[in-house]
Ligand binder design. Sequence first.
Ligand SMILES: [Zn+2]
Length: 74
Amino acid sequence: MVLHMESIATKRKCFICEQESQDGIEVLGKFLCTECQHKLINLSPLDEAYDFYRRKMIDIWEGYMKDIKYENRM
Ligand SMILES: [Zn+2]
């Protein structure tokens, strides 16, 4: 039970805002905090931050695709 509590309290670094948080989801093997998750959902292309978030997502996606391609070669 103690171990279970510890795993819940573990803070992870969000790949977008780089803040440590316990609340969030995993996207393509990277941690995304709840705050950024909400921002992404509500983000409009007219938003100043849109480009920043979009680029972050592309970075993560490209890294993920590279790993897959590499695995396929083997
Ligand atoms: Zn975040």
